[in-house]
Design a protein around this ligand. Structure first.
Ligand SMILES: [Zn+2]
Ligand SMILES: [Zn+2]
Length: 354
């Protein structure tokens, strides 16, 4: 919920004092309480009022960091099986604390390619708001005791204007069922329960995009929270992971170094790896350095494709060095009978002689 919307719901501006906030909330709750208001959307309105009130309180108490809620984009699914049932309609209404409250929290978790490849431990935390199970969002609990206002009758007698007759009216304090109400202590009478959760989750090695990981359930603020993590992997500046789970890297290399068979450093998910370039070879397979083939399984192979680039020989000394190399290698080749260059020179000479 946006904070602006929350204030609007309560008919306040953000400069309202805490006392004004509370007063406005009380007034609206009295107006929209489904026990008193027969309107079809009373429950909905009541929940909106409570959510808004709870939201503003959290913001004011600094417990709701608004910037963080946008960051790891949590999707909260309120599942309250109990909220579809009438509140505590079991007679022994006080014994509500033993009922298990559950919530399923859906979250996105962003990993680097290295974290997904090697596995990691993540601390996942956030806040999850849902309709209070205990009071079904009304903010009030129905007690087993008789309502003191109507003495359990559900109606009160009122004298008519002229005092010579009585009319019966539904009791304003119990809504007509004759049972006493008390503010719900689970949600602090707000109708909304906010659960702050914080969990260490192990991400297995080889976790892929779109994978759904479920953390073992844990209890936070008296609610069993099932955490469902939807994995996203950030694009990597150096590697690509293809749809078959093959990890690849394309890197430019100095063409002269490639020709010379020099050693070079190759990035891998574990860090830099020393690799010897081989003249003419463009693709190199690093066994066991790739992405795991199964969750927590053995690592696959890592493929490195090199793109030899030849730095320009703008410096005359570099050009001279290369000319020297050409000269020396040509001579060496001519001296070898079976060298293709020597054979070619021989064929050209024979042709010219004709
Ligand atoms: Zn009553
Ligand atoms: Zn409650």
């Amino acid at each position: 919920m946006e904070t602006d919307d929350a204030y609007r719901t309560l008919g306040l501006s953000s400069s309202a004092s805490d006392a004004e906030l509370k007063a406005s909330w009380r007034k609206l709750v009295a107006m929209w309480h489904p026990d008193r208001n027969p309107a079809t959307d009373a429950v909905q309105r009541m929940q909106a009022i409570n959510t808004a009130y709870q939201h503003i309180r959290l913001v004011r108490e600094g417990k709701l960091d608004e910037s963080s809620t946008g960051g790891e984009a949590d999707t909260h699914t309120a599942n309250s099986h109990a909220s579809t049932e009438p509140p505590n309609d079991h007679g022994a209404a006080d014994a509500t604390h033993g009922t298990p409250h559950r919530a399923t929290v859906l979250r996105k978790v962003r990993l680097t390619l290295e974290e997904a490849c090697l596995g990691c431990t993540r601390t996942v935390r956030g806040q999850h708001s849902q309709t209070c199970d205990t009071c079904a969002g009304t903010g009030l609990r129905v007690l087993a005791h008789a309502c003191p206002t109507c003495k359990g009758k559900g109606a009160i007698r009122k004298a008519t204007l002229f005092g010579w007759a009585w009319t019966e009216e539904a009791c304003p304090d119990c809504g007509g069922d004759g049972r006493q109400r008390a503010p719900c202590d689970v949600c602090d009478a707000t109708g909304t329960q906010t659960i702050a959760y914080r969990r260490k989750v192990r991400i297995p090695a080889g976790t892929r995009v779109g994978q759904v990981l479920s953390a073992p359930p844990a209890r936070h603020s008296d609610v069993d929270v099932d955490l469902e993590l939807h994995v996203a992997i950030d694009p990597h500046p150096l590697f690509t992971l293809d749809d078959n789970g093959v990890l690849r890297c394309e890197m430019p290399v100095n063409g002269y170094a490639w020709m010379a068979g020099s050693w070079t450093d190759v990035p891998t998910p574990d860090g830099l790896q020393h690799m010897r370039l081989t003249r003419d070879a463009l693709v190199y397979r690093l066994a066991g350095k790739g992405f795991p083939t199964t969750l927590d399984g053995p690592r696959g192979d890592f493929f490195v494709r090199v793109a030899p680039v030849f730095p320009p020989l703008e410096d005359p000394r570099h050009a001279a060095l290369l000319a020297q190399l050409v000269e020396a290698t040509t001579q060496a080749a001519q001296a070898e009978d079976h060298h293709p260059l020597a054979q070619w020179a021989q064929r050209m000479a024979n042709w010219q002689r004709k």
